[in-house]
Design a protein around this ligand. Structure first.
Ligand SMILES: Cc1ncc(COP(=O)(O)O)c(C=O)c1O
Length: 391
């Protein structure tokens, strides 16, 4: 670390995710045929109409700052989308902010609400970058481990155990990265009850909300009674529209809080890229027409990877019903899950992310991203299963 690096920055250690990614890249650069199940982004190209709209905008000279909260046309489209998908009304002028992906939205929100010492409660296994935000701001991330026995559904008991007088915010992510689990109504109600009982602000990260399988309908936490006023819904175009490099997303929440966030958002980004905002307008206009074909392909890949795991001796998984991750479970292999990931990378040339990247309390498990083609999934899983058998 540079001598000028702040103390809070020095306390943020690199995630195990970064270590596996770097190692996989190094081996690939050496010419090794690595099957990479580590990457958390779609392998699809951004749909052509989205790209065309962005190019047209650029060619028309739409190259300047937009309003900090985002283009009015986009905010209106977001408001319509939320009403139509979740039957929740958001005022585009005061309750919606276009952000530079989900990440910038969550960063600005936490900058706005956290004081030193405050705690952020997150059910785990959890998206690795939830850890570090609070710490950077002088707060603390506290995990509420969920159990395999009830399919990683949220329970009041699991959340209550992790609540302290300092808990101020709770982050709920469904469909979940890394487990692919969609919270059912019971899990959502449990989260809502605990949030209301302890007067918590809820960040509902619904970035995979459009990617659900087996006919599962994504339920937004904001649609539960009494939750809209204490919830900020965050999402982006990164996953369902294969626009992760465009860096555009949005959040919707109470008007006063969105107003309070203006300060942080202005300093962090001024506004999201105008070109990406044009693309996002087109993404919302065509919606399902663009998402459905990608979702169908992902669902078939989910079937393939899940069936291979299901039939493999010693391996198991809760069937993922959303996102594009499978949470691989295995018995005692005589080494830590990080060592196991590195071992599989060297021996089987397969990159999967070790469970402990998804929470300090997670001791065993591996996230496999199936956002890759079927042939690669088959090849990688055959290697992985053989390597587990030889352990
Ligand atoms: C649960 C979750 N939230 C947020 C993000 C960040 O997404 P964005 O590209 O919108 O910043 C990711 C990306 O992997 C994610 O999995």
């Amino acid at each position: 670390m540079h001598r000028f690096a702040s103390e809070s920055m020095q306390n943020i250690k690199p995630s195990e995710l970064d270590i596996i990614w770097a190692k996989a890249a190094e081996l690939t650069a050496q010419g090794k045929d690595i099957v990479n199940f580590g990457i958390g982004r779609p392998d699809f190209d951004t749909p052509a109409p989205i790209k065309e709209k962005a190019v047209q905008a650029m060619n028309k000279g739409e190259v300047h700052y937009t309003l900090p909260r985002g283009m009015e046309e986009l905010r209106q489209a977001i408001s319509d989308e939320l009403k139509q998908r979740h039957d929740v009304s958001y005022d585009p002028a005061s309750e919606i902010m276009v952000t530079v992906g989900c990440v910038e939205g969550i960063t600005c929100l936490l900058m706005t609400v956290l004081d030193p010492g405050d705690e952020v409660l997150v059910p785990s296994p959890m998206y690795p970058f939830y850890w570090g935000w609070a710490e950077f701001l002088g707060g603390r991330t506290v995990e509420a481990p969920l159990s395999r026995e009830n399919g990683y559904q949220i329970t009041e008991k699991a959340l209550e155990k992790a609540i302290t007088p300092k808990t101020k915010v709770m982050i709920i992510n469904t469909p979940c990265n890394p487990t692919g689990v969609c919270q059912e109504m019971g899990g959502l109600k449990a989260a809502a009850k605990v949030a209301q009982r302890h007067d918590l602000l809820v960040i509902s990260d619904e970035i995979y909300g459009r990617l659900t399988y087996d006919g599962v309908e994504h339920i937004s936490l904001t649609s539960l009674p009494g939750m809209k006023e204490r919830t900020v819904l965050t999402t982006s175009f990164s996953k369902a529209f294969a626009m992760d490099g465009w860096r555009v997303g949005y959040l919707a929440g109470p008007a006063e809080l969105v107003k309070d966030m203006d300060n942080a958002h202005l300093r962090a980004s001024t506004c999201a890229s105008v070109i990406s905002q044009y693309g996002a307008i087109e993404a919302l206009r065509l919606g399902e027409e663009l998402v459905a074909p990608m979702r169908e392909r992902l669902e078939k890949r989910r079937d393939l990877i899940f069936d291979m795991v299901d039939q493999a001796p010693g391996l198991s998984a809760v069937k993922p019903r959303g996102a594009f991750y499978l949470w691989l479970e295995y018995g005692d292999v005589g080494m830590s899950d990080m060592d196991l990931s590195l071992y599989l990378l060297e021996k089987a040339q397969v990159a999967g992310i070790s469970g402990s990247a998804f929470g300090a309390s997670v001791k065993r498990g591996m996230r496999l991203s199936y956002a890759t083609d079927r042939k690669t999934i088959e090849k990688g899983m055959k290697r992985l299963i053989a390597a587990f058998q030889n352990l």
